[in-house]
Design a protein around this ligand. Structure first.
Ligand code: FRU
Length: 507
């Protein structure tokens, strides 16, 4: 593919049209006109319009000096592309990238608070990265942005701490002050979120560690040595801290819920936020309906050459509505607005599954929403076969085991093995290939398994009983790998119902 750039807004529609025929390219998940995207940035709703900014490299489908791409939506479903909002300033603290951050409404002045990244080559051949906090404002309805002459407004982490990395400020208002958490790690101790306070977003005081994890603990999950992209907010009577766990080869999202007082957070619950290996660096905003809406980056899971050949890389998850259950764990629902994309509908009524696989005739699962309800019988496992070729050579298996309560997505036969690789955020090498992903989802006696599955080219997003999300990327190679089957193995199960909708495009 010849090199294309997304610097010229006049070209956006043509670039989208040019890539639209790619069967792996999603149609109803947000992604840029072309080239690279990673984290959502600066998500905010202002005057009824949702703004989605995103980490973007406009000149190649690879990570590079980061810019902020920009899109807006009035319905949370369809997006309009806007010109690039932020670009590195040569000689400035963001010379080597405008990294992730947030947007706030500062008494009518939209303001970005983001990470400046500057790399200094060292005599020994290594690079020293200086990560600082910068701000930029807009006076034309968030189209163009002006960086502050005061940048960097926070030059880095406090010197008394032995930190590893420092980035991704997230700011909120408390009384008459702004508070900012920044992701970091304390060497040998664990991931941390460092807290600063300001009255004007320009002058900041350091207040200490909001909360620090333990790199030596795996109880109940490992939270690693460094946290990226923290999000901290009140929801349903508790506080939620979302962290992106970062280590070489490791990238996943976890959350704590707990109590917040006197600038310190005391967690009571810790869990994975998405059991797949693709969802990362999410942002969650409060919208004007009082909802907490979250988007995350769905990383590619194929190698760099395949991404280069495709001309694009990275997809945004569907907007998820978060709530907190009485036990302190998160619940996830796809935003109801997405139902406006539903087209042709097929309903499969109740049927028993007796140790069999039943291909559902006439159901095409490619740009599709499925809602299936199952009851456990004696089966050892039951579930769905997705993106299945007629001979079953290619398929993605979503499998529930009642005895262990485990829901597993098996990508081992989703497509050619070479397409199952994965690549880190900075493109710096391959993370471990995990073809089986999932987590436990214990069901109460008599509770059905309710699977909502969103298939969209190379994207699969699963919402199970609103308690467990699995987001993944799959790259089937055969044009006829679009079948859907239900199965029960080693005994019987009941399919109570299955509904299928062909989903419209958002472009
Ligand atoms: C997360 C991340 C952030 C950083 C940005 C750079 O994916 O590594 O920590 O700000 O991406 O693109």
């Amino acid at each position: 593919m010849q090199q294309i750039t997304t610097r010229d807004p006049a070209q956006f529609a043509a670039l989208r049209a040019r890539l639209a025929g790619d069967p792996h390219r999603p149609r109803y998940h947000f992604l840029p006109p072309a080239n690279w995207m990673n984290d959502p940035n600066g998500t905010i709703q202002l005057g009824g319009t949702y703004h989605l900014f995103y980490q973007h490299f406009p000149d190649a489908p690879q990570w590079g000096p980061m810019h902020w791409g920009h899109a807006t939506s009035t319905d949370l479903v369809h997006w309009d592309d806007l010109p690039i909002a932020l670009a590195p300033t040569p000689g400035g603290p963001d010379t080597d990238g405008c990294w992730s951050g947030c947007a706030v409404d500062n008494n009518g002045v939209p303001t970005f608070v983001y990470s400046g990244n500057r790399a200094y080559p060292q005599p020994d051949g290594t690079t020293k990265r200086v990560q600082s906090t910068c701000i930029a404002t807009s006076d034309d309805g968030m189209r163009t942005w002006h960086k502050s002459a005061a940048n960097p407004v926070i030059p880095g982490p406090p010197e008394e701490l032995d930190t590893v990395q420092y980035r991704d400020p997230a700011v909120w208002r408390e009384g008459d002050e702004w508070l900012c958490v920044t992701g970091s790690g304390i060497a040998g101790v664990g991931g941390t979120v460092l807290l600063n306070r300001s009255r004007d977003l320009v002058r900041w005081d350091y207040l200490g560690e909001l909360f620090t994890g333990d790199v030596n603990s795996r109880d109940p999950i490992w939270t690693g040595p460094m946290w990226e992209c923290p999000q901290f907010f009140a929801l349903d009577g508790t506080h939620v801290l979302v962290i992106s766990v970062w280590d070489s080869g490791t990238k996943y999202v976890a959350y704590y819920t707990g109590d917040y007082a006197n600038y310190r957070f005391a967690p009571r619950t810790l869990a994975r936020l998405d059991a797949g290996d693709s969802f990362y660096a999410p942002q969650a905003i409060a919208d004007d309906q009082g909802r907490r809406v979250m988007w995350g980056w769905l990383r590619e899971r194929r190698d760099r050459d395949a991404q280069t050949a495709a001309g694009w890389s990275g997809v945004m998850s569907l907007p998820r509505i978060l709530t907190v259950a009485p036990d302190g764990t998160l619940r996830y629902a796809p935003a109801p607005e997405l139902e406006t994309l539903r087209g042709a509908h097929t309903h499969i009524p109740e049927r028993d599954l007796l140790t069999e696989t039943v291909v559902l005739p006439g159901i095409v699962g490619e740009y599709t929403e499925l809602r299936a309800e199952f009851g456990a019988g004696e089966a050892q496992s039951f579930g769905l076969l997705l993106r299945r070729s007629p001979d079953g050579a290619e398929e993605t298996r979503l499998d529930y085991e009642p005895t262990s309560g485990r829901l597993t997505l098996d990508r081992s036969r989703s497509g050619p093995a070479a397409a199952n690789g994965s690549i880190g955020a900075t493109g710096a090498g391959s993370a471990a290939i995990s073809t089986f992903v999932g987590d436990t989802l214990p069901l109460a006696a008599g509770e059905p398994l309710v699977l909502r599955v969103f298939l969209d080219g190379s994207v699969i997003e699963v919402f199970a009983n609103e308690r467990l999300c699995i987001s993944e990327r799959i790259y089937p190679s055969r044009p006829d790998s679009t079948g859907v089957a239900v199965f029960a193995a080693g005994g019987d199960a009941t399919l109570y119902s299955l509904d299928c909708w062909q989903m419209g495009s958002i472009w």
